[in-house]
Design a binder for this molecule. Structure first.
Ligand SMILES: Nc1nc2c(c(=O)[nH]1)N[C@H]1C(S)=C(S)[C@@H](COP(=O)(O)OP(=O)(O)OC[C@H]3O[C@@H](n4cnc5c(=O)[nH]c(N)nc54)[C@H](O)[C@@H]3O)O[C@H]1N2
Ligand SMILES: Nc1nc2c(c(=O)[nH]1)N[C@H]1C(S)=C(S)[C@@H](COP(=O)(O)OP(=O)(O)OC[C@H]3O[C@@H](n4cnc5c(=O)[nH]c(N)nc54)[C@H](O)[C@@H]3O)O[C@H]1N2
Ligand code: SF4
Ligand SMILES: [Mo]
Length: 693
């Protein structure tokens, strides 16, 4: 077979949004996928899981036809039905729910399975036109957005390709070797060409930490303390840029006095680091002209995550590093793409008074938590696309009990029989990105990446857009967006945004939306109305749960603290070859990841009497689960780490790690504290408690 190479874009929830070169073997088959060499950020690299995407797109377990549930909810027994009947039953259930309790009792729900600007968020067109409950998409970045906006005031930063021009690179609370491998190429370039140093701040020995010149391993949820003590040293050593502070920030004597009280000794106590490590890191950072701070999201998945993000984001404002090439900070790019999505997302039909339910609180919402429901009607009907909430959302026990409700109608549009799909009344087979047209925002770089369809859809699969348009027709929802094909909508979106021809963009592969140096480095001002970086944030302007947040960069004592009953702190970061719950179905990922496992400090393990090779039981008031454990010296005592969102079937009781994670909203705007749970751990004697491998 001769392969043709065609361009596409990775749709997965990953900052890299790689431009891809796909080997197309026939109209229905692909070979290998490679990273495009000509997009600077991708630079010819993709992660191993997408390189072998043939395994996923041609997987024998892909859903291939619409199904109706015949067994109990969650059991996973279905019978096949036609598309017409499946859509008809779904539309009727929506109409019934709306007639009984109003349109807000219908909740269309999307998550990050695809980040297609059309195929993910296009669902909102139906929501808006019908007046259904809207969704507040908090599950991933909300705490980090809040913290970044508090200081910087807009969701953008320095082009990460500039890392190649930095002398000091700090990866803070992120694990790019797992979560966005491309970043490592840019870091390696700076190290090779400029002798740049890499500092990585994390809570365990990740492969990114292993690659660092200077690893900093602190206690979870204490990054604000470390950042404040660094600022204390930088000020004391005269390394702050006072001219910059006066010109472009709200720094004043109150901030100075406050930071003078945040000493390395104070931070050492909280972080578990020794004082000298803090002082050395502060001096290294303060003395480097070209310091590039690459902030991850991991360190914000705590109840004090927004305040930690804010405190860390103060560092380049204090030193004035923003002014240098290769200097400043990057966390996310979202406010630079300038896309007009009015037509695609039906923004012209949006009714602002309609409630927006917090995605992360799906458990409480389904169980009738009046606060989470905004004191409105219950949710009685749902359509879920790109979402596997039964596995990925916090407080899994509540989520599952909610999904089991007999009076809830659930339509799930999926590619595989996920844990969530098992609860569906109607289960629809979804096309994959290679089978649909879309455009993607590179939130970890600066480009919009074009994803034109590469393959014919598999079996009877339909795209998200087709499902939404099909339902709109049956429900009598009227909007121009329901009458257009995906490619027509993408083309009009680019045209309305002044970005030219979609055809041309697709041939090139992407549209660069980088700002010029002055704008990217905030030389002319930050995102706030006063143009200044805010050391003194106004949290009340950011979110509703602002009570008690510190008004200065600080350590905020708000985490789920260890206590005598639950003396350990659990962190649940991404596995290398799973992406959230995705890829847990592909054989090479399964082989590489092995089985669910918790990493325990060897001294803790010895004290607990954990038996090498034996299982451990982990729990808190929310539930218990059994998994393998292994000793890991590269984390502080009292810290447990379990990588990956595993399917429930990997555990004896069918529940994965999110059983232990709280569903309370993170201050000030909501979100989930995935790396912030207090737990106990003990040796599990009956090895039969581990699920069969
Ligand atoms: N292979 C793979 N890639 C992925 C994903 C995946 O699941 N697997 N998920 C994708 C998604 S949806 C996202 S949002 C991104 C997320 O990518 P990242 O920004 O990398 O964020 P996290 O994955 O949450 O966590 C990253 C690191 O934060 C550390 N961490 C946890 N708590 C703390 C803390 O209190 N302080 C500090 N300093 N560090 C802490 C964790 O140990 C982990 O190593 O990655 C995407 N890429
Ligand atoms: N314990 C713990 N839990 C976490 C995290 C963590 O670090 N630790 N990370 C959290 C984060 S950052 C995130 S973003 C969430 C992600 O949560 P989700 O977005 O719900 O999880 P994913 O596994 O990325 O994708 C969900 C499903 O989308 C399906 N899908 C993919 N493409 C399409 C499509 O085009 N159409 C349709 N209909 N379906 C599609 C996939 O098959 C997959 O089953 O998980 C969160 N959960
Ligand atoms: S690194 Fe991220 S964006 Fe690139 S191919 Fe892998 S999952 Fe997709
Ligand atoms: Mo995410």
């Amino acid at each position: 077979m001769t392969a043709e190479i065609v361009r596409s874009a990775c749709p997965h929830d990953c900052p890299s949004a790689c431009a891809l070169e796909v080997e197309r073997l026939s109209p229905t088959r692909i070979g290998r996928i490679r990273g495009a060499r000509d997009l600077a950020y991708t630079a010819g690299v993709v992660c191993e899981k997408v390189a072998r995407y043939a395994e996923r797109v041609h997987h024998p377990d892909r859903l291939s036809e619409p199904l109706r549930r015949i067994g109990a909810k969650g059991e996973g027994c279905f019978t096949s039905i036609s598309w017409d009947d499946a859509l008809q039953e779904t539309a009727e259930a929506f109409e019934k729910a709306a007639a009984r309790s109003g349109p807000e009792s219908v909740w269309p729900y999307h998550s990050g399975g695809t980040l297609g600007v059309l195929q993910r968020w296009g669902m909102e067109r139906l929501t808006n036109v019908m007046g259904y409950s809207r969704e507040n998409g908090t599950i991933c970045m909300t705490p980090s957005f809040s913290g970044w906006n508090a200081g910087v005031g807009t969701l953008r930063g320095v082009d990460p390709c500039e890392i190649a021009e930095a002398d000091l690179i700090v990866v803070w609370g992120g694990n790019p070797v797992h979560t966005q491998v491309n970043l490592m190429s840019h870091i390696q370039r700076a190290r090779k060409e400029r002798g740049a140093k890499l500092v990585v701040v994390d809570v365990y020995q990740t492969p990114t930490v292993a690659a660092a010149d200077i690893p900093i391993i602190l206690r979870p949820g204490t990054d604000g303390a470390l950042a404040c003590a660094m600022m204390n040293v930088i000020l004391a050593d005269g390394l702050a840029d006072t001219d910059y502070l006066a010109r472009l920030t709200d720094f004043d004597d109150n901030v100075r006095r406050h930071l003078e009280s945040r000493t390395p000794a104070w931070a050492a106590e909280l972080t578990g680091l020794d004082e000298q490590t803090i002082v050395d890191f502060a001096r290294l950072y303060g003395q480097a002209e070209r310091s590039f701070l690459r902030l991850g999201i991991g360190f914000t998945r705590s109840r004090n995550g927004a305040t930690n993000m804010h405190a860390v984001s103060c560092l380049p404002a204090l030193t004035g590093a923003w002014q240098q090439p290769g200097g400043g900070a990057f966390f996310v790019n979202l406010d630079n793409f300038g896309l007009d999505t009015t037509l695609a997302h039906g923004l012209d039909a949006l009714k602002p008074e309609t409630r927006a339910l917090d995605q992360s609180r799906i458990g409480g919402i389904l169980l009738g938590d009046t606060d989470a429901l905004h004191h409105g009607p219950p949710v009685n009907a749902m359509l879920m696309q790109n979402a596997n909430s039964a596995a990925v959302a916090p407080d899994s026990a509540a989520v599952r009990t909610g999904l089991e409700r007999e009076d809830l109608f659930l339509c799930v549009h999926e590619q595989f029989m996920t844990e969530t799909a098992r609860y569906a009344d109607i289960l629809l087979p979804a096309a994959m990105f290679l089978e649909v047209d879309d455009v993607y925002m590179g939130w970890g770089h600066t480009s919009l990446v074009m994803g034109r369809r590469v393959l014919e859809p598999f079996a009877d699969c339909r795209s998200n857009h087709e499902v939404i348009c099909g339902l709109a027709k049956l429900l009598g929802a009227e909007h121009a967006g329901f009458e257009l094909s995906a490619w027509e909508l993408v083309s009009l979106m680019l045209k309305d945004s002044g970005l030219g021809s979609a055809e041309e963009a697709a041939n090139r592969g992407w549209i660069d939306r980088a700002h010029d140096f002055a704008k990217a480095h905030f030389l002319e001002g930050f995102g706030h109305a006063d143009g200044r970086f805010h050391f003194q944030p106004d949290w009340s302007a950011i979110g509703p749960y602002h009570e008690g947040l510190p008004t200065m960069p600080d350590h905020w004592d708000a985490v789920e603290a260890a206590n005598p009953e639950q003396p350990f702190r659990l962190v649940t970061p991404p596995a290398r070859t799973y992406l959230n719950s995705t890829f847990s179905e592909t054989p090479t990922s399964q082989k590489r990841e092995g089985q669910p496992c918790v990493m325990v400090h060897p001294e803790d393990a010895a004290e607990l009497g954990l038996v090498e090779g034996g299982p451990a039981r982990l729990g808190n008031a929310r539930g218990e689960l059994v998994l393998a454990w292994r000793p890991a010296a590269g984390q502080q005592r009292g810290v447990l780490v379990s990588e990956g969102v595993w399917p429930g079937s990997a555990f004896a009781d069918g529940f994965g790690v999110n059983l232990l994670i709280g569903g309370d909203p993170v201050a000030p705007s909501g979100g989930a504290a995935f790396h912030d749970a207090a737990v106990w751990i003990k040796a599990e004697t009956a090895s039969s408690a581990l699920a069969a491998e």
